[in-house]
Design a protein around this ligand. Structure first.
Ligand SMILES: [Zn+2]
Length: 575
C-alpha cells in the first residue's frame, strides 16, 4: 500500500473517531423506546450543531479549532451521565463554581487519571486532524455551506414558532420583581425542554441559566447586604461554643421511633442523652424553597415573596462574633434552592457537597460527616454550623446506602413512582429507611460535637412533612395542604457543658416539648439559646425563654392550623 493511501485512510478513521467522540454524550443516551424524539432532539440536533460550527468558515481548520472545548469536555460529560444519569446543568456548574475545587471534584474521585489520559488522547487526535486540515487545505465544496445555513434558518424559524406557541399555552406568571421571574418563572422555555440533555447544547443552556440565576442572586444579596440586626453576645462564656442547625428534609414527626412510632427508625437517637423531641411543631409551608427561609430568618409565615428583605440567623450569629459555616447536600442554584442559597452565602464558608441534587441518587448525606469534622477541626472559639441535608426527599430509596435498606421491600434500585398507590408498601418502607439513615447522620454529628467538649447544641428541624398514601388517603408527596404536610420533626440536643452554663434555658427547652410551636420560632430560639441579644428581639417567640407565649399558628395561606377543619380521610385543611 502506498504511503498517501495510508495517510488518507488514517485521516478518514481519525475524522470518524472524532465525530463519534463529539457525539458520544448523546450516543450513550440511546433509548430503549421513543426513538423518534431522541433522534430529533438529541442526535440530529447535535450533528446539526457541529455542522453549523464547521460551516462557519470555508476552510475546515477554524471550525475544528472551535470544536476543541466541546471535545475536551466529553470525558467528564460521559462520566457524569453514566454515573448520575443526568446531563451537566446549572446545578453542576454551580457546584464547581461555588465550592472549593477539591470538594467540588469529589465526584470525579478515582477516575481523575482516566480523565486526564482521555483528555491527552483527545488533544493528540484533534491536533492530528487540525494539521491534516491545514496542510491538506480541507474545504467545503462550493454551495454546500449555504445549504446548511438554509436548513439552519428553517430549523430556527420552526423552533421560534413552537416556542411562541408554547409560551401562549403555558403562560408564565410574572412576579413583582425581575429577580423572582428568573427563578419562579415556569415553565422553562421550549428550547430548554427539548435540548437540556443534548450535548453540547446542554452546556450552553447550563451556562446561560447559571449566569442568569447567579446575577439575580447577587442583585438580591446586594439589597440585603446593608441590613444589620446589631446582634451581640454580651455574656460570652470562656469555653468554646458550637451551635449547629440541621435543616432536615421531608421528615414527619410520627415516623420517629422516639415519638412512639412502632418501627426502629431512631435506634441511635432513642438512646442519646440530653435529647429533646418537639412533637408539636408545624411549618407554615410545605415547599422547601418557601419553608426553609422561614426557619432561618424573620420572614413571616404568610409572606409570599420568594426572596427575603433581610438576612438570616447566619448573619446574626456572625454579627455576634461567631465564625459561620454552611454545609449542604442540596443545590446552590435553581428554583427550589436559590432563596436558601442566598442565606447560605451569608456564611464565612459554604460547601455544596452533592454533585447531583435531589433528582438522582447522587451522594448520601454521610458526605456531610467528614466535612463537618473538618469545620470542627478549625477549632474556632465561637462557631455556628448549618447543615442542610437531603434527608427523606423523594425518591426515598435514593437517600440511603444499601446497608440501610432495613425495611423491605423498599424498591431500592428500581424506579418507583410516588403517585402509584400500588407501590404504597414500597414507598413507606423506603421512607422509613431514609428516616433510620437520618438517625445515623444526626447521631454521628452529635458524637462529633460531644468530642469537642464545648458548650454546644444541635437543633434539627425538617422543612415540611409528607403524605405517603396514609390509610385510605390517596395523597402522596407534599404540598397538598394536609396536616401531614405541615407537621415536622424537630429535635434539640444539648451538651453537658451547655447544661452547666445555661440550666434555665435547658429547663425551658424541656418544658416546651409538647407545646404548639412553629418553625418561625426557630430563628428567635436559636439566638436566645446562644445568649445572643439584639435591640428589637422578641423573646415571646423563643421557646427557651421564660417570656415565651404560644400564639396562633397561621399557615402560609392564612389558615389557622389548630382551628382549621380536617378532611376525615386525607386530613386536608379547610377553613
Ligand atoms: Zn423540602
Amino acid at each position: 500500500m502506498n504511503q498517501s493511501l495510508v495517510h488518507s485512510l488514517l485521516r478518514a478513521v481519525g475524522l470518524v473517531v472524532f465525530g463519534l467522540l463529539l457525539l458520544s454524550p448523546v450516543l450513550v443516551q440511546w433509548p430503549a423506546q421513543d426513538l423518534v424524539p431522541y433522534l430529533q432532539w438529541k442526535l440530529i440536533a447535535a450533528v446539526w450543531f457541529y455542522m453549523l460550527v464547521l460551516s462557519l468558515f470555508r476552510s475546515f481548520w477554524p471550525g475544528l479549532l472551535l470544536l476543541l472545548p466541546a471535545a475536551l469536555l466529553v470525558p467528564q460529560e460521559v462520566f457524569y451521565l453514566l454515573t448520575y444519569q443526568k446531563s451537566t446543568d446549572a446545578h453542576a456548574l454551580a457546584i464547581v463554581a461555588e465550592t472549593d475545587l477539591n470538594e467540588a471534584l469529589g465526584y470525579l474521585t478515582g477516575i481523575g487519571l482516566f480523565l486526564a489520559l482521555a483528555v491527552v488522547a483527545i488533544v493528540l487526535l484533534w491536533w492530528y486532524l487540525l494539521c491534516s486540515a491545514w496542510q491538506g487545505r480541507w474545504q467545503w465544496e462550493k454551495g454546500l455551506r449555504p445549504v446548511i445555513w438554509l436548513i439552519c434558518i428553517g430549523v430556527v424559524a420552526s423552533l421560534s414558532w413552537n416556542e411562541w406557541q408554547y409560551q401562549q399555552i403555558n403562560k408564565a406568571k410574572q412576579r413583582s420583581n425581575p429577580e423572582e421571574n428568573v427563578f419562579v418563572q415556569r415553565p422553562l422555555p421550549y428550547s430548554y425542554e427539548k435540548f437540556h440533555a443534548t450535548y453540547p447544547l446542554n452546556m450552553l443552556i447550563a451556562v446561560n441559566e447559571f449566569v442568569k440565576q447567579k446575577q439575580a442572586v447577587a442583585d438580591i444579596a446586594e439589597s440585603t447586604a446593608l441590613f444589620k440586626f446589631s446582634a451581640l453576645q454580651t455574656d460570652a462564656p470562656a469555653q468554646r461554643q458550637i451551635y449547629v442547625l440541621v435543616i432536615g428534609e421531608t421528615l414527619r414527626p410520627d415516623r420517629l421511633q422516639l415519638n412512639g412510632y412502632n418501627r426502629a427508625t431512631t435506634p441511635r437517637l432513642s438512646g442519646t442523652k440530653n435529647l429533646i423531641s418537639y412533637t408539636n411543631m408545624v411549618s407554615p409551608w410545605a415547599w422547601t424553597r418557601m419553608s426553609v427561609p422561614v426557619i432561618l430568618s424573620r420572614k413571616s409565615a404568610t409572606d409570599q415573596r420568594y426572596f427575603p428583605t433581610e438576612t438570616s440567623v447566619v448573619a446574626a450569629f456572625k454579627e455576634a462574633g461567631f465564625s459561620t459555616a454552611w454545609l449542604s447536600t442540596q443545590s446552590p442554584l435553581g428554583v427550589h434552592d436559590s432563596s436558601i442559597a442566598l442565606h447560605a452565602s451569608e456564611a464565612d464558608q459554604v460547601q455544596y457537597l452533592n454533585p447531583v441534587g435531589y433528582k438522582k441518587e447522587g451522594f448520601y448525606d454521610d458526605i456531610l460527616l467528614p466535612a463537618f469534622e473538618r469545620v470542627l477541626q478549625q477549632n474556632q472559639q465561637k462557631q455556628l454550623i448549618v447543615v442542610h441535608t437531603l434527608g427523606s426527599h423523594f425518591s426515598y430509596a435514593d437517600r440511603y446506602p444499601p446497608a440501610f435498606d432495613l425495611f423491605t421491600p423498599s424498591g431500592k434500585g428500581q424506579s418507583i413512582s410516588m403517585h402509584d398507590r400500588s407501590s404504597s408498601l414500597l414507598l413507606n418502607n423506603a421512607y422509613d429507611n431514609s428516616v433510620a439513615y437520618t438517625d445515623f447522620i444526626l447521631f454521628n454529628l452529635i458524637k462529633q460535637l460531644e468530642q469537642t467538649d464545648s458548650i454546644s447544641s444541635l437543633f434539627y428541624v425538617s422543612d415540611h412533612g409528607e403524605n405517603i398514601f396514609d390509610g385510605q388517603c390517596n395523597k402522596s408527596g407534599h404540598g397538598h395542604n394536609t396536616e401531614r404536610d405541615y407537621r415536622v420533626a424537630a429535635l434539640l440536643w444539648i451538651s453537658e457543658l451547655y447544661n452547666l452554663q445555661y440550666p434555665q434555658k435547658k429547663s425551658y427547652a424541656e418544658q416546651r416539648r409538647e407545646q404548639p410551636l412553629m418553625t418561625s420560632n426557630v430563628f428567635h430560639s436559636l439566638l436566645d439559646l446562644a445568649g445572643i441579644e439584639y435591640p428589637d428581639q422578641k423573646l415571646t417567640k423563643s421557646w427557651v425563654s421564660p417570656q415565651w407565649r404560644p400564639s396562633s399558628r397561621i399557615l402560609q395561606q392564612g389558615l389557622d392550623f389548630d382551628l382549621a377543619k380536617r378532611d376525615p380521610v386525607s386530613a386536608e385543611l379547610t377553613p
